[in-house]
Write a protein that binds this ligand. Sequence first.
Ligand code: NAD
Length: 253
Amino acid sequence: MELKDQALIVTGGASGIGRAACLALAEKGANLIVADFNLDGAEAVAKEVGALTQDRGGKAFAYKVDVSKAEEVEALVEFAVEKLGTLNGMFNNAGIGLVKPFLEMDPASYLKVIEVDQHSVYYGLYYGARKMVALGAKGAFVNTASIYGSIAARGSFNYNAAKAAVVSMSRSGALELAEYGIRVVGVAPGFIDTPILGDDPAAKAPLAAQHMHNRLIQPEKVASVVAFLFSDAASAINGSTVAVDDGFLSFKV
Ligand code: NAD
């Protein structure tokens, strides 16, 4: 149990990559706060985790949060310490997309994605790290970036900018927090089979073709990397962003 008794927060835990990460982290022994805008979904995942870990008395609590609001992320961190007794890190993962041609990318559409996908990661690092340092707790932050943190997708000026910032914040967060025994790393998924991609198979096929295995990646494949990144086995991975993209960034179809 590499993450035995680690107290971790997962944002966007109600669905997709976040849900799969909750299950993988709990399987390695972590206790969790399943945080999401969608409280019903978070409660369902907390229940799933509870069932998976009842033999060892594992803990999982659902929490409703809008990660784009600083004060709500601060309150989430307080809730975690109240329920779990300490804090050893966060999976800053909640995110959205909003695709529009650039000439229609008005400030509201731009800022919506920047606030949810980018500012949320700063809030998580800031409030989470301050609390951990105050408690003398060690651990790690894992931040969900994207392949579009390195290259651009058409129609996603907002998303590309936010995810590039997540790659950068993972680097500078690592630099600032290493002296406190806190690592910060990013994970950059390719096309993962989650609700964020919609449910039109015709739209998904060209995405799958961007991968070496010509299929979408299952969220469990990202979750197992995330669980590894939180563990001591990954203690030499610091500030970098790890691609889980089935070769997307390495080849051209
Ligand atoms: P998903 O839609 O299944 O899950 C996203 C979760 O985030 C949902 O449960 C949603 O309720 C929650 N959320 C959205 N806005 C929120 C807010 N303001 N506050 C709190 N929770 C909020 O999608 P997913 O694919 O699991 O996405 C998880 C992360 O992975 C996102 O950051 C996304 O950008 C990133 N990502 C996904 C893919 C992919 O292909 N699926 C690829 C690269 C990166």
